[in-house]
Design a protein around this ligand. Structure first.
Ligand code: LLP
Length: 446
């Protein structure tokens, strides 16, 4: 059994494991799923998602809390439905995400609406649906939401997103809690902005929120941020009817086993220290209890990251003088994380191999040298036709996929026990040009 899979099975991080030399997701043979639905194919384990949700829920049992799943991590309707049924709320960042939640049977009154650039249409839609809270990122946005609420004769419940100015050790593209980032209201402005909000006729002050970044693998930055914010929360509570504090999302996951491979970048340095749910809860619950508010969390990656893999088939093996490449049928358009963040994903053969390994680059068909999933990776011998599983691809995988190079979007499937079902059809060529129209030039007036 592969070392990561052993670790993952013991820690209960996900339900992917070898059985009789074949990779399974729960009770489903992945080679068979690939045959039935084709590749590239995202496969998610419903059991893993629910297990993560329930563990987090239980770890917070002592607090009045609501887990608002961050839809951006994976917005497939089947997954939203699963979590809605389990009782989750949702953290959304667009009108599109709100639409998806509602289509999946989720409850708008359990939705928090984040994001620095909400449009008029999105604000109107969220007002009509009466979302639980607009998480406000700037004074300009607060004014705009109030204006729209006045015009529609509706009231907007809000929370200010506070930027606590703490350093979260993560990739710089996804660190959000420092003053140099575009997110949130600076700590020293918060009291004044609440004062203004309190005077706005169509604004209801409901909470306070923060989110310091993503893929954070230590508890300390969360604790530091809560400590920074707590005195302010106390003051605000005495003045306004605050109902909740949202700690945001950001809990990191293990992308790899603890065996280091000598890479020097951020993901390499941090990948082996997953923060467990109980470490996280033990560190923050005592402080949160003292706040005396309802606690919201916005986890994305934690719930779905290790619950999904991307299955891809080797098309060609290519050897140049210096290098060996396995060219697979998935590309950076299907999973952009390695290209965009230099992030590490474990890759395992679907047919278990104990053969000795050698170094190879695993690359896609897209016409860029950035189109790789792994470079100089130790892999057992590979040949055309072999199936590979790119692990930990459940979060920010399909959700960030595009049709770059005019490659139809891949299919997605969900496993539950011994059953597997398609939850998104593979795009076909006609999908690529849908919506494109021949130009109908307007006649110029003489
Ligand atoms: N809440 C807010 C306000 C957020 O901006 C985010 C993520 C979350 C919650 C959920 O964070 P999580 O629990 O998943 O860490 N595409 C990147 C990650 C971008 C995260 C953006 N914000 C990646 O692939 O690593």
């Amino acid at each position: 059994m592969h070392y990561l899979l052993i670790a993952a099975t013991i820690l209960g991080m996900h339900s992917f494991h070898y059985r009789d030399g074949r990779l399974y997701c729960e009770e489903v043979d992945l080679a068979k799923a690939a045959e039935a639905f084709g590749t590239p194919l995202y496969i998610y384990s419903a059991g893993t998602i629910l297990d993560h949700y329930q563990r987090l829920d239980q770890a917070l049992a002592g607090l009045d809390h609501l887990i608002c799943y961050a839809v951006k991590a994976n917005s497939n309707r089947a997954i939203l439905h699963l979590l809605a049924e389990a009782g989750a709320g949702f953290d959304i960042v667009s009108g599109g995400e709100l639409y998806r939640v509602i289509r999946a049977g989720g409850d708008a009154s359990k939705c928090t609406f984040a994001g620095v650039g909400k449009s008029r249409e999105e604000i109107e839609y969220a007002l009509e649906q009466q979302v639980y809270s607009f998480n406000i990122e700037s004074e300009a946005e607060l004014d705009y939401i109030n204006q729209i609420a006045v015009a529609k004769n509706l009231r907007a419940a809000i929370a200010l997103r506070v930027n606590p100015d703490v350093v979260a050790p993560t990739h710089k593209y996804i660190a959000t809690g420092q003053s140099e980032n575009k997110f949130g209201v600076p700590l020293d402005r918060v009291a004044t902005v609440y004062e203004r909000a309190a005077k706005m006729p169509n604004i209801i002050i409901r909470g306070i929120q923060m989110h310091i970044g993503s893929q954070i693998t230590e508890a300390a930055p969360f604790v530091a941020a809560i400590e920074t914010i707590t005195p302010l929360v106390g003051k605000l509570k005495s003045r306004y009817p605050l109902e909740f504090f949202s700690i945001g999302g950001g809990l990191g996951i293990a992308y790899e086993s603890s065996i280091a491979s000598g890479r020097a970048d951020w993901w390499a340095a941090n990948r082996s220290h997953p923060l467990t749910i109980s470490d996280y809860a033990n560190a923050i619950v005592p402080q949160l209890e003292k706040m005396g508010l309802r606690i919201l969390l916005e986890p994305g990656r934690l719930l779905v990251g290790n619950a999904g893999v991307l299955l891809t088939r080797v098309r060609y093996i290519k050897e140049t003088g210096q290098k060996k490449f396995a060219i697979v049928d998935a590309g950076m358009n299907d999973l952009i994380r390695p290209a965009l963040y230099g992030s590490y994903h474990e890759i395992v053969p679907v047919k278990e191999s104990h053969a000795s390994t050698s170094k190879i680059d695993i690359v896609g068909p897209v016409c860029e040298s950035g189109d790789f999933f792994a470079q100089e990776r130790d892999m057992p011998p590979l040949q055309a036709g072999d199936l590979l599983a790119i692990m930990s691809a459940g979060a920010y995988g399909f959700a960030m996929a595009s049709t770059y190079n005019s490659r139809p979007l891949p299919a997605e499937a969900l496993v539950r026990g011994d059953k597997v079902a398609l939850v998104r059809e593979r795009q076909v060529l006609e999908d690529l040009t849908r919506g494109e129209v021949d130009p109908k030039w307007q006649q110029r007036r003489p």
